[in-house]
Write a protein that binds this ligand. Structure first.
Ligand SMILES: *Cc1c(COP(=O)(O)O)cnc(C)c1O
Length: 405
């Protein structure tokens, strides 16, 4: 058997061959340390890093000096949340975030709670969306930061970032967004979107693993941060440690490609995604799509086939690399916190598979994936004596639900 069709681009993306080509000279040939100020090896590396910084900043409408390089989005989020919490501890001790955030945000918030801060976790509606009015109500005199992800890594739902940032900044509170799934896929612009801190990562946008960035607003307002890693004072003292030059060069190239190709690629992927979805809906019954279809990344599909467990389904379609729940929590058997936040019953949440299309997926691969999923779901349902009973139970439950609304 050849390799499975890769449909898990929310977990990571392959390095684009153009990105790899751009990186290669920076391993053995142009290997200098950009902090070496006294010779050409250092200058060459520094120039490459600054060129990459400009390209990365351009993709999000920032100025290059507002970008801090990190090891990835997890570190960026940690620096943003912990750095703000420490720098503004004289002003307040309250953070507002959302239940469907990535664990990078949620676990960092837990850590801050253990240090004595208070965190409000806002709910989402059945579509996975945060209500800006709830953000407004959650903000108090003690609030220093609101953190709302741009797009969700499981259900691809895009939050109303501009409405939320307007509410947050009206109150003079800082606004951070984990935009790891959004940057390079949909337009993200820190000025137009009213963002003060923004986290993202190269390996989700066809760059290498192990490098990310944190955007830190330098004026209107100027954001203060307490560094979380001390040392040689790199990155304006906010993140010490020798820069990963080849990775940063690749990150820059990846962002430049996204800037040029994002719009066309988004349209192509949305069309492929819709084609896959429509075939599944046409050829199978009791398919439930999770999260808003309107406010959604072009490459995401997250759905359950009633009566079919995600893990069983995936074992039966080894030709497809998809994910159940969230990749980060797939070691634990509990249904994903994101799907539970949508109010899904546990069995439907456990049945959910996440499909993330990407740059190199072809039409043939998507048709093949649709065919394999349809075949496997039919087979598993035939083998499942409880499928018919479940189907009736769900029908009456959803009828009752409708009457209640
Ligand atoms: C992947 C991801 C992260 C973590 O990024 P790393 O670069 O792997 O640390 C954080 N948030 C979201 C939304 C993600 O999708």
């Amino acid at each position: 058997m050849g390799k499975p069709v890769y449909l898990d681009h929310h977990a990571t993306t392959p390095v684009d061959p153009r990105v790899l080509q751009a990186m290669l000279p920076y391993f053995s040939e142009k290997f200098g340390n950009p902090a070496s100020r006294n010779h050409a090896f250092g200058w060459e590396a520094e120039q490459a890093v600054e060129h990459a910084r400009s390209r990365i900043a351009a993709l999000i409408g920032a100025s290059p000096r507002e970008m801090i390089f990190t090891s990835g989005a997890t570190e960026s989020v940690n620096l943003a949340l912990k750095g703000v919490a420490e720098a503004y501890q004289g002003r307040g001790d309250h953070i507002v975030t959302v239940v469907t955030e990535h664990r990078a945000v949620l676990d960092t918030c837990r850590r801050l709670e253990a240090r004595g801060l208070r965190v409000t976790y806002l709910p989402v509606d059945r579509e996975g969306l945060v209500n800006p009015d709830e953000v407004r109500r959650a903000i108090t005199e003690r609030t220093i930061l609101v953190s709302v992800m741009f797009a969700n890594n499981e259900i691809g739902v895009i939050q109303p970032i501009r409405e939320i940032s307007r509410v947050v900044r009206e109150r003079g509170v800082l606004f951070h967004s984990d935009a790891t799934q959004a940057v390079g896929k949909i337009p993200v612009h820190v000025e137009e979107d009213g963002i003060d801190l923004l986290s993202f990562s190269a390996h989700k946008l066809y760059g290498p693993k192990g490098v990310g960035a944190l955007y830190v607003r330098s004026r209107n307002p100027r954001v203060e941060l307490v560094p979380q890693i001390d040392g040689g004072g790199h990155e304006r003292g906010l993140r010490s440690g020798t820069l990963n030059v080849p990775a940063i060069v690749g990150f820059g190239e990846a962002c430049a490609i996204c800037q040029r190709e994002m719009e066309g690629e988004g349209q192509r992927l949305a069309a492929l995604r819709d084609r896959l979805m429509n075939r599944l809906l046409a050829e199978l019954d009791e398919v439930v799509i999770h999260g808003s279809l309107k406010h959604r990344l072009p490459n995401n599909l997250n759905l359950s086939f009633l009566g079919v467990e995600a893990t069983t389904l995936m074992m039966n379609v080894k030709e497809l690399a998809v994910s159940s729940g969230s990749a980060c929590s797939s070691a634990t058997p509990e249904p994903s916190h994101v799907l539970r936040a949508l109010g899904l019953p546990a069995d439907l949440a456990r049945g959910a598979i996440r499909i993330g299309l990407g740059r190199f997926n072809t039409e043939e691969e998507i048709e093949y994936a649709a065919g394999r999923l349809i075949e496997a779901v039919r087979k598993l349902r035939e083998q499942s004596p409880i499928y018919q009973t479940m189907k009736e139970k769900l029908r009456s439950a959803s009828d009752a639900g409708r009457q209640n609304c």
